[in-house]
Ligand binder design. Sequence first.
Ligand SMILES: Cc1cc2nc3c(=O)[nH]c(=O)nc-3n(C[C@H](O)[C@H](O)[C@H](O)COP(=O)(O)OP(=O)(O)OC[C@H]3O[C@@H](n4cnc5c(N)ncnc54)[C@H](O)[C@@H]3O)c2cc1C
Length: 469
Amino acid sequence: MSDLSSALAGHEIDVIVIGAGAVGAVVAAVLRDKGARVLVLDAGGPPDSADSPKVAPPDAAWRHRCEPPEARWLREIAVGGRTLVWGGWCVRACEQNVTDARLAETPWQVPLSALDPYYARVERMLGVVGNRDGLGVVPDGVFADSVTLHPRLVGLGASLDLPIIAGRLARVTGRPWRAMDALHGVEVVPRTTALRVLVQRGQVVGVECHRGAGERVVVRARRVVLAASAVESARLLRASGCGHDEPLRIVGSLVASHLVLVPGRIADVPGVSYSAFVPRFTNIEGGAARPYVGGFSLEVVGPSPASVLGDDAGPMLGVSTEMLADSTIFQVHALGTMLPSWERTVRFDDADRDPLGRPVPVLRLASSDNDRSIGEDMNAACLAVAGALGPDATTIPFVQPDGLVLGSEVLLGRDDDRDFDPEGRHRRVAGLHVADGRLAPLVGDRHPTLTMLACAVRAADAVVADLAQ
Ligand SMILES: Cc1cc2nc3c(=O)[nH]c(=O)nc-3n(C[C@H](O)[C@H](O)[C@H](O)COP(=O)(O)OP(=O)(O)OC[C@H]3O[C@@H](n4cnc5c(N)ncnc54)[C@H](O)[C@@H]3O)c2cc1C
């Protein structure tokens, strides 16, 4: 085995960060700013290379199985991770999310108010734009700029009698995420897959990696932060002898998604926001209490010319090309809380190994009764919004049969509290930290990444504090 750290002659490394997605980039940036010598390893290639990025790559080394097989797990093995494809929606969690998590017996390990300063730091790093709307259900943040909602979306809120707010979106999205690298001088080593964290006498000593053509390398450092995504970090922990054998519960987003075609063109209004957020949609059937735990919010994006969908969209959506050309489009998404359930788990199959010798992840993504119940309301809400967009609107659902697409995952182990402290330190292995969705609390009804990143910044601060000792 060669030794990558000696290849990086003169580079003493304080911290290895595994994964250069949203979490890895933010953690590395915080550590770099505090003067730590950081090396970020990523299994994927640079996003512009021929082999990257890919959603749910068919590559045998990243094979996984889903139960049921038609469920989908979206992930990116590329420098930048899923932020290469994310929508950039950044909404803070609210007290109702904390209550939902308590009802689901997965209480938050930190009070929401303790995350405020970390949310603020992430919002500054990402350049989140939005307005101070004064709604408790979407706590205000630190915004780089205010935005004016497109009049058509303002009108939609009025006709639905709902508090509809301008989408809070990160300026740093997709490929520009790489600007973080440039900004903070973080070195990323691509095409380097961490296979296990090396631990000697309860202390991290390095990481064993795989690099192209069967080469095994060891990178030495006494501190490692796992940021490979919740499932991959769990697989790494297990391979390193610090994880679980029993299945882990997955919490993903339950998404219902509809495309609405409204006949005719709607005038462009330069400089306004085309993204609206309908927080915690609760007024179905006049706001009656709903028979489930959790809730959901809606996002509406539009109006846009149908040309953004591309030339093949008509046949794919089952509408004529002429109709598409004569329509304005809106996209309506509902994001619902998926509560932890033993019907939705991830396990690693030791009898089925990939070419790198790793057990293949098996994701069981069945819906619980609670999920199905929320899902029905989510669909009804999307249709209500679609109807309010115009009497002649055509609504095209583009969802999995039961909405099971996992685009972001949070994992809850049976005993995560015993494994990690709330700041992401492993309790038994000195120098081992976790920062990704494995550490994040249950959010639901809104995208989770802002909250994941707030927790990641907190974990990065803990690494800095430990380094100083
Ligand atoms: C289509 C889509 C839209 C989304 N939109 C939004 C949105 O608008 N708002 C929002 O909040 N969230 C959104 N999300 C979710 C968001 O993208 C994820 O929550 C977030 O990117 C997770 O960040 P991460 O760093 O934990 O994981 P990832 O971004 O997946 O990064 C993990 C990184 O680790 C690397 N890696 C994995 N295993 C290894 C290994 N063994 N060794 C080395 N490297 C490894 C991967 O190559 C990857 O770069 C969206 C997701 C999808 C799929």
